[in-house]
Design a protein around this ligand. Structure first.
Ligand code: ADP
Length: 533
């Protein structure tokens, strides 16, 4: 299939940013890019200044309720991916600081775990209220260090805060049980108790929500935490921690350290005081953590990589399918573990879908997340961009065709053009592995059985999507897919009230919903003997 228009994908179109000329003249393009870059930098600096005066731009770690430097005063730079500007320097910590944080969390556990569920619930509710009251500022911080468009970033704050609200309510519903006794002189019951100190390791793609999904249920059940956010996006974690203090969550219950990932991870794994590791990130690191946890037999919850199939059947509503696939694929510039990774399209609707989808992709506005109308920001860093380039080149070398995009964006930095590709084969890297970028490969199929076979032909099993108007098919295929999450006629399915997690190598455990708190609870059986009166 050929398209008559090559994409001139989204330019930043707000106010002064309109200055960027669409002219293909190279000199004028460079001049315009330079102007745009300066504007992006200035806007981001203004935001940083405002955040500093609001007290939410923190640049020290939080240990035992105190803002703390690294022992050796080493720092890491946090940069804005849209401009490359340094936003802040944060401590580069390692084993010693992590052990301090573990000790603080352990000490806090002895009191926090004994508070009533009602007390914990009130603190969490207050934290939620503060997160919402500071929604704009937190959103700005996310855009500043992660790059996603401001509207999407503020959406993440609402989504992330909702886990704190949900688990503030759930804290009160951790019920034990009385078991009917088989012997008349005994009484048997089950107590639910917090696991203990939890090591929380999170990625950069959702700098707030990946933390609240874990810390909400941990605190609700009476656990205390040592958070290690991604070194690429620690500022949102620190702002959230600041608000936890303002909410009255006691010192030491929430600690945040950052720096050398391996050292911090190893210290958390080595400590027998840390009873659980909860992790979201790559499958490779998840496997290392799981192996490392074996030494002290820690519990683990893992949210790892996906390879989401998005299956468009002939009987799909075309508009619903295009909107759903677009939302699932391009949110966060394609950098989510539930992003549609392979778009499988049935032959009868393939041409029509490819054309409508490409038109929609063509209209996606790319640029600095602070500019109006932008729906796709930069990728997180050069390594992320190079991975996308490698996948696209690999596909082209094996016969794939680029319909839209397919290269670095003229804005420079780590911007990449929203891309649609066809002639996709199963052996290509972008079919086998998580792309984590704005590239949509379209893969034709003939029958429902073939779609299910292709969809399940992966070690991942996090999210899958199907688009069909046939109710029987929607059930049949949902049941056949080896995935923890299935979206039917919907591309955005994450919510705090439903369980999020994967089958196969996509992970262990569930986050959100009533199931989410079980991950932080020990079940204790108590037998009362000699009860005859
Ligand atoms: P991504 O590719 O999404 O950055 P990673 O798995 O590399 O995924 O990173 C997710 C989180 O895991 C980040 O906070 C990162 O610093 C951390 N991390 C990376 N390597 C290790 C490790 N060896 N031990 C503990 N944490 C790690």
């Amino acid at each position: 299939m050929t398209l008559t228009r090559r994409v001139i994908s989204g330019m930043a179109v707000s106010g002064a940013i309109k200055l960027l000329s669409l002219s293909s003249h190279v000199t004028s393009m460079h001049r315009s890019s330079a102007i745009l870059y300066r504007q992006m930098s200035t806007e981001a600096q203004n935001v940083a200044t405002r955040l500093k005066s609001s007290g939410l731009l923190r640049s020290q770690a939080l240990i035992a309720g105190k803002w703390t430097e690294a022992y050796d005063k080493k720092v890491i730079e946090v940069t804005n991916p849209a401009t490359g500007d340094v936003v802040a320097n944060v401590p580069c910590m390692g084993v010693r600081e992590t052990n301090d944080a573990i000790s603080a969390a352990h000490e806090a556990f002895s009191t926090w775990s004994k508070t009533t569920a009602a007390e914990r619930s009130k603190c969490l509710r207050k934290w939620y209220d503060l997160l919402i009251a500071n929604k704009e500022e937190l959103g700005q911080l996310i855009t500043l260090e992660q790059g996603k468009p401001l509207k999407e970033a503020i959406g993440e704050v609402s989504y992330g805060a909702a886990f704190i609200e949900f688990f503030s309510e759930e804290a009160k519903r951790v019920y034990g049980e009385i078991i009917p006794t088989p012997l008349s002189d005994r009484r048997l019951f089950v107590l639910k108790q917090p696991v203990g100190v939890v090591g929380v390791i999170t990625p950069w793609n959702f700098p707030l929500a990946m933390i609240t999904r874990k810390v909400g249920p941990a605190l609700a059940s009476g656990c205390t935490v040592v958070i290690k956010p991604s070194e690429l996006t620690p500022l949102t974690a620190l702002a959230a921690a600041e608000l936890s203090i303002q909410a009255g969550i006691p010192p030491g219950a929430v600690n945040v350290v950052m720096g050398n990932a391996t050292e911090i991870g190893d210290a958390l794994l080595a400590s027998s005081e840390v009873r659980k590791i909860t992790f979201t990130g790559s499958t490779a690191v998840g496997k290392k953590l799981m192996a490392g946890a074996a030494n002290t037999v820690k519990r683990v919850s893992l949210e790892l990589g996906g390879n989401a199939p998005c299956i468009i059947f002939d009987d799909a509503d075309l508009d619903v399918a295009v909107k759903g696939a677009l939302g699932s694929k391009f949110r966060n510039s394609g950098q989510t573990c539930v992003c549609a990774n392979r778009i499988l399209v049935q032959e009868g609707i393939y041409e029509e879908f490819a054309s409508a989808f490409s038109n929609a992709v063509q209209n996606l506005q790319v640029g600095d997340g602070f500019a109006d109308g932008i729906v796709q920001g930069p990728l997180i860093n050069e390594a992320g961009l190079q991975k996308v380039e490698t996948f696209v080149q690999d596909a082209i070398s094996k016969g794939a065709k680029v319909l839209i995009g397919g290269r670095r964006h003229r804005l420079g930095m780590t911007f990449y053009e929203p891309t649609v590709m066809t002639n996709i084969k199963s052996e290509m890297l972008l079919s086998r592995e998580e792309i984590f970028g704005p590239v949509a490969p379209l893969h034709p199929f003939r029958t429902e059985d073939e779609a299910i076979r292709l969809a399940n032909d992966t070690n991942a099993g996090l999210a899958a999507y199907i688009f069909t108007t046939n109710i029987q098919r929607s059930w049949r295929v949902s049941e056949a897919l080896e995935y923890g999450i299935v979206g039917v006629n919907e591309g955005l399915v994450s919510t705090e009230v439903a369980p999020f997690g994967g089958f196969k190598q996509s992970g262990i455990g569930r986050e959100g919903s009533k199931y989410g708190i079980d991950e932080y609870i020990e079940v204790k059986y108590v037998c009362l003997g000699n009860m005859q009166s």
